[in-house]
Design a protein. Structure first.
Length: 654
RNA sequence: GCUGAAAUAGCUCAGUCGGUAGAGCACUUCACUCGUAAUGAAGGGGUCGUGGGUUCGAGUCCCAUUUUCAGCUCCA
């Protein structure tokens, strides 16, 4: 057989060989660091046999799949360590994940001391350097094998495999685990690992099941890479919005106000106001009209919308139906309110599309463990909108919503940081959705084509649609890699029926419109959080709550400083003056730490010549300018929403 | 909601065996009137998240509760 290697060279062998043997044949050095193989694009175990012509790559920990294999084997070493130190622990599953691996055990919670003990035991296991060996058993024998080992979770896993499945196991010394692989050849090839944390996790990800104890860890090719990763973890904490946003006095929380109810402080509120004004104006340019509808409604409304039956747990209900004549609930969405705006008058086909926008505050009674900083809260404000359109306008309008979303993201400088998800229904879970399979497939096809036409890269996911239709969700990751929806655009051909919405067509007939539910920028709180992390607090000037700080050299120049500040404010620039009798070095230090983009130093020279000394966060010392020159410069930057990318010399030093 | 950890001055944190509550920064006042990342001195500031309990005595031990953090689950 002929084996084509990664570099294009061809090896010929007379008989079948394992991937590992081929690696050895290429070089002993390669075999030592080999983690797994890739045959015709498919990841394989080193023990797998190659018996026909194919292309083959030997993957090491420098390859993504190789590193995954290394981490998976490290998870097995952890499992062995747990069985040695805590023999009563029951094994469940232990996969590799994005930044490492985890393994779930049925056992009492692990403390940090336990993890340290386990790390030490892992070191011993790795030093022993047992070979990992694979063997297979038929299903019934596999069940019996795991029953004898008293591993009930493993038995359950095997029972869920098909009747005719041949079950593979990997052993290392005395330790055996049910596993599909691939794995390293020996535990001694694990060089750098760390157990990072432990926490509870439900068996099979279902909250009705028992809670297991999950140990998270990571492993790398080299100790230096591990150290680098751990340092990276420390560094990203510095841009964590929940920490930085509080330090910068953008928001705070108060015990007696409650969970998920952050208070936006003047600086955070200013930033949100800036975004809100911008988006409202932009939507108006794009043909939106604004509504302002109530924050609550009687239960009657939610009974029509279906929320009373399906979403009551998620709403804040005011009053008790058994006692009160009228029961109200704070709104968890704006849809029906805007529908009633539409329904207030009869509409012609000529009136459509109608684009309703509202800066809308919503309330959702999230479970107590779900709240987080500004990203998951119980009260939040979104730039919500509903487009009521004729079916023939749907595709164009959907495109318009995507274009608006893209414009918002690009202007904020985060357009490159998002992924687009086509959120589809789950054909295996039809009862969760309204409508026929044909309609679902068709509308999903429409959205798919729109994304393709706009050349937006996207991925598809089943089971993420709204119950009334598929949608595009624009997803972003926070500094810890956790994903949130930033923007959503939903295709709805269903709810108009439920609310008896119609328009009159050319023939004088009543016709159901289609609806697009969309946000142009999503949740303001969440977007603010995202911007804090993206820019580490150094926002583009147009978004900064304080754009310029005037720094008089001493109190003697206060009058001039006030004059400068006044003129800046007259030009719509957010300016303040530091009047304290501190040294200029101290004032500059504080201004920089507050991440203010521009500071204007004014003293005797400036006052006499009518100048300002400009120092910016972007380029350091920009020299002396007339105040008018500076105002022109910064106004242009703010008006065009420019994102200056230069990094201050001082920043590079630090 | 579940598992675990935590809560001490505005912030970051120390507080030993259960024995009168501490630092730095910040704040206030005074002096200095300063030229590009920390001027000096003095001063004020605490029911140790909250409520119970054990004890002669609780920041420290126990219980409950609230909030925060990590993770799980959830996010029509």
């Amino acid at each position: 057989m002929k084996i084509t290697l990664k570099d294009g060279s061809v090896k010929e062998y007379a008989s079948a060989m394992s991937v590992y043997e081929i690696a050895q044949d290429i070089s002993e050095g390669l075999a030592r660091v080999a983690c797994c193989g890739e045959v015709d694009g498919k990841v394989v175990d080193l023990r797998d046999i190659v018996d026909k012509d194919c292309s083959l790559s030997i993957l090491t920990a420098n390859d993504k799949e190789g590193l995954k294999t290394l981490r998976h084997t490290t998870a097995h070493v952890l499992a062995e360590a747990v069985k040695r130190v805590f023999p009563d622990a029951k094994l469940t599953i232990g996969p590799s994940i994005d930044n490492g691996f985890y393994y779930d055990f049925d056992h009492a919670p692990f403390s940090r001391e336990d993890l340290d003990k386990l790390e030490a035991e892992m070191k011993k296991i790795i030093k022993e350097g047992a070979k990992l060996e694979r063997f297979t058993l038929p299903r019934e024998e596999a069940i019996k094998f795991m029953e004898e080992k008293n591993e009930p979770y493993k038995v359950e896993l095997i029972r869920d495999l098909p009747e005719d499945a041949v079950i593979s196991f990997y052993s290392q010394g005395d330790f055996v685990d049910l596993c599909a692989g691939p794995h390293l050849m020996s535990t001694k090839n694990i060089k750098a690992y760390k157990l990072t944390s432990s926490s509870g996790a439900y068996w099979r990800g279902n909250s009705d099941n028992a809670m297991l104890q999950r140990i998270y860890g990571t492993a790398f090719n080299k100790k230096e890479e591990l150290a680098e990763y751990l340092e990276y973890l420390e560094n990203i904490k510095l841009r964590d919005h929940n920490k930085l946003g509080r330090e910068m006095e953008l928001f705070t929380t108060v015990d007696v106000i409650g969970q998920g109810l952050p208070l936006l402080m003047p600086k955070g509120a200013k930033m949100i106001q800036t975004m809100q004004r911008w988006i409202e104006d932009e939507e108006e340019k794009r043909g939106y009209v604004r509504t302002k509808t109530p924050l609550m409604a009687k239960s009657d409304l939610y009974k029509i919308s279906g929320h009373w039956d399906h979403y009551k747990e998620g709403m804040f209900v005011l009053g008790d139906e058994e006692v009160d004549k009228e029961v109200f609930a704070l709104r968890p969405m704006t849809c029906p309110f805007q529908y009633y705006v539409y329904k207030a008058s009869q509409k012609s086909y000529r009136d459509l599309p109608i684009r309703y926008g509202e800066t809308s505050t919503l309330f959702r009674n999230e479970d107590s463990g779900e709240m987080h900083g500004l990203t998951r809260v119980r009260q939040f404000t979104i730039s919500e909108g509903h487009l009521i359109v004729r079916p023939d306008q749907m595709v164009e309008e959907f495109k318009g919503c995507l274009a608006l979303a893209k414009y918002c993201l690009d202007t904020l400088g985060v357009g490159e940081d998002v992924t687009y998800r086509l959120s589809k229904w789950d054909p295996n879970n039809k009862e969760k959705y309204i409508g026929t399979a044909e309609v679902w497939e068709e509308t999903q096809g429409h959205i798919r084509r729109v994304l393709q036409e706009l050349e937006i890269p996207f991925y598809e996911e089943e089971g993420e649609a709204a119950f009334y239709g598929p949608k595009v969700d624009i997803q972003a990751k926070n500094v810890y890699g956790k994903e949130d929806t930033m923007i959503t655009i939903q295709w709805d051909a269903i709810l108009a029926e439920q609310f008896d919405m119609y328009y009159i067509d050319q023939n004088g007939e009543k016709v159901r419109p289609y609806i697009i539910h969309r946000t142009s920028m999503g949740c303001y709180e969440r977007t603010l959080a995202w911007l804090i992390e993206k820019y580490a607090g150094k926002f583009p000037t147009w978004l900064c709550p304080e754009q310029v700080r005037v720094l008089p050299i001493s109190e003697k120049y206060e009058a001039y400083a006030v004059e400068v500040e006044k003129k800046l404010k007259e030009n719509g620039i957010l300016a303040t003056t530091d009047h304290r009798s501190e040294k200029i070095g101290f004032k500059i230090r504080e201004t920089r730490m507050a991440k203010v983009p521009y500071m204007l130093v004014v003293g005797q020279q400036e006052e006499e010549a009518g100048l300002v000394s400009v120092r910016s966060r972007f380029a350091g010392d920009e020299g002396q300018k007339t105040l008018d020159e500076f105002i022109d410069q910064i106004c242009k930057e703010i008006r065009t929403k420019e994102i200056r990318k230069e990094i201050a010399v001082e920043d590079q030093k630090k």
